[in-house]
Design a protein around this ligand. Structure first.
Ligand code: ADP
Ligand code: MG
Length: 592
């Protein structure tokens, strides 16, 4: 084929694909436009996960009649005018691409009236073509309706997830903007049901209550007055200095996904692996492996120190001084975490052992979807080592054979570890991790046989669900039933739980259900989700650290562990035990 310039229709569809990935992308662009327009009231309505219908209305400045059609042209914007402006962007939008992109792949209706004009405009655009442009009476502000998204790009349509998942993405997104802009009123309905409403009090905590629920919000700690990169004591702000404010969760409310690590840079909701890692690092040793903290952090810096023009969706940014931003976040969060940590972290390395004496631990099985993150993590751990902050303590032990040897239980220490003697030395078994492994495999077998044992609750438990969780619950009801749950709506946000998996204690039910629904909202591969679900139930059912075990109970635990297929790791891949061989003991006591 000879080289040709693509017809505008085709070029537009290609460009649109970069901005509009899914219904939530449309909602994001429309909310950003409303905020840029100075709105104080933003109303969002979605139907069928946003595929069928999205409407965002605002009371902002509106679009002048003469410019309404132009707003839909590609690279048409009122927010910047020169190349220079690109280096100090203060608005959320600036690329002039969103409306053009949305209109290229849907049917759009715009009703708008500029604050200083007497009449407004009604405009219909379909597949990028203006079909109607006329005067329209109304009130100042803008209402944009987007219908039948991707109707002309079937390939894209196929990639969308279930309505419930798309809805939950939209709810999370609107919640994030509500947190970034607590002074604005947000109102969101999903198929007619109220999913989010904030009052615009200007207080972030009021929004957290709505978005995270009372239970979680109660365990959030406000970071002290902004801490800059140089640390709390150095008052003058260095160039590239970042101010960090917001709320962080107590280590006890950890989550299965990164969904609740919410970051804003100059009030723009961003994704940044390195900053997420900075947050997680600050919680180091306080959260179980594979679990993520809850944090809502707002980073403020000179707009000239951050490039937001990296990706069409503007969710990635580049910092002029990434290292200092990283440190500012890590320090601010660490400062807060330490202020509220219930117990001091315990050093992972046993004292009497000479470093280097211990062999490597067999690589734990890594789950498929964690692989790329794993590599990054190692890289970032190195970075941190170089910056000299919180050096990781390597945990090393001798390689183990697949089958567990016969063990004689001697006792329990710290209400956490079982001490046992084996044919070759001493074993320390983490009671929680070991029990988790046992229950995980038991659930796996029962699930495969479609016979997960359930227990009926004498008194049904009532749980309150967040809007995003409610839409997941409907989509997952069959799956939850297969796991032994019986959950029925009871009106409003309240649901009644009548049966639960037999392994679970009623006290854990609320937490487990919330976690299962949050995880499903991720829209992950169902096979992965299924394994994670068992994992969540196992983790909540297992004996906790801090629980006293009798010798008999400890013995039974070890016997059950012997029967598992992977006795040496818990379902998260963390070791269930440490082995100190006789030879190591003798060397350590300088007997050899
Ligand atoms: P950008 O936001 O990058 O400028 P968009 O395609 O999102 O590009 O919007 C194009 C223009 O339309 C904006 O620059 C703005 O002038 C106008 N506009 C869009 N939405 C609104 C709104 N809700 N209120 C007022 N003006 C709007
Ligand atoms: Mg925009």
């Amino acid at each position: 084929m000879p080289i040709r310039v693509l017809p505008p229709q085709v070029a537009n569809k290609i460009a649109a694909g970069e901005v509009v990935e899914r219904p939530a992308s449309v909602v994001k662009e429309l909310i950003e436009n409303a905020i840029d327009a100075g709105a104080t009231d933003i109303r969002i309505e979605i139907r069928q996960g946003g595929r069928r219908f999205i409407r965002v209305g605002d009371n902002g400045c509106g679009i002048p009649q003469a410019e309404a059609a132009l707003a839909f042209a590609r690279h048409a914007t009122s927010k910047i005018s020169s190349e220079d402006d690109l280096s100090r962007i203060r608005t959320l939008g600036f690329r002039g691409e969103a409306l053009a992109s949305i209109a290229a792949v849907s049917q759009v209706t715009l009703v708008t009236q500029a604050a200083n004009e007497d009449t407004g405009t009604l405009l219909r655009v379909q597949a990028g073509e203006v079909l109607q442009d006329e005067k329209h009476g109304g009130t100042p502000g803008t209402v944009i309706t987007v219908e039948n998204l991707f109707y002309n790009t079937p390939a894209r349509l196929k990639f969308l997830r279930s309505e419930a998942t798309e809805s939950s993405h939209i709810i999370k997104l609107a919640s994030a903007y509500a947190m970034a802009y607590p002074e604005l009123r947000f109102h969101l309905t999903d198929d007619g049901r109220l999913a989010l409403q904030t009052l615009g009090t200007g207080k972030l905590y009021d929004v957290l209550l709505k978005v995270l629920g009372l239970e979680v919000a109660r365990q959030m700690l406000e970071l002290e007055a902004a801490v800059d990169a140089a640390g709390p004591s150095d008052a003058p702000q260095s160039p590239g200095g970042a101010q960090v404010s917001g709320y962080i969760g107590s280590p006890s409310i950890h989550r299965a996904t990164r969904d609740y690590e919410i970051l804003f840079v100059n009030r723009r909701w961003i994704q940044d692996r390195s900053l997420s890692f900075a947050v997680e690092e600050a919680y180091r040793t306080l959260l179980p492996v594979g679990r993520y903290p809850v944090a809502v952090l707002s980073i403020t810096m000179d707009p000239g120190d951050v490039d937001v023009n990296v990706h069409p969706t503007k969710r990635e940014v580049r910092f002029r001084e990434p290292r200092s931003v990283f440190t500012a976040v890590q320090k601010a969060v660490r400062h807060g975490v330490i202020g509220q940590a219930p117990v001091a972290p315990i050093s992972a390395r046993p004292q009497a052992i000479v470093p280097g004496e211990w062999g490597p631990w067999p690589t734990p099985p890594t789950r498929q979807h964690e692989l790329p993150g794993g590599a990054d993590r190692a890289q970032m751990a190195l970075e941190i080592q170089r910056t000299g902050d919180v050096p990781p303590i390597p945990m090393q032990t001798t390689p183990m054979r697949e089958q567990l040897p016969m063990l004689r239980v001697i006792g329990q220490i710290r209400q956490m570890y079982i001490i046992a003697e084996g044919p070759d030395g001493l074993y320390l078994i983490d009671q929680h991790a070991a029990h988790e492994r046992i229950l995980f495999e038991q659930l796996q077998t029962e699930k495969a046989a479609m016979a997960v044992s359930a227990q009926n609750l004498l008194e049904p438990l009532s749980v309150e669900l967040l809007p995003a969780q409610r839409s997941q619950l409907e989509a997952m009801s069959e799956y939850l039933a297969a796991l032994g749950f019986d959950i029925a709506p009871f009106g409003g946000d309240t649901y009644l739980v009548r049966a639960i998996p037999a392994t679970l204690t009623p006290g854990e039910v609320t937490g487990v259900i919330a976690e299962l629904l949050d995880m499903a909202g991720e829209g992950m591969d169902p096979a992965v989700t299924a394994a994670e679900a068992l994992d969540i139930i196992a983790c909540h059912s297992a004996v906790r650290a801090g629980q006293t075990l009798s010798i008999q109970e400890a013995r039974e635990l070890i016997q059950q562990l012997e029967k598992t297929t992977s006795p040496y790791t818990c379902p998260h891949g963390r070791p269930t035990m440490i082995h100190l061989s006789t030879a190591q003991l003798e060397r350590s006591f300088a007997r050899k």
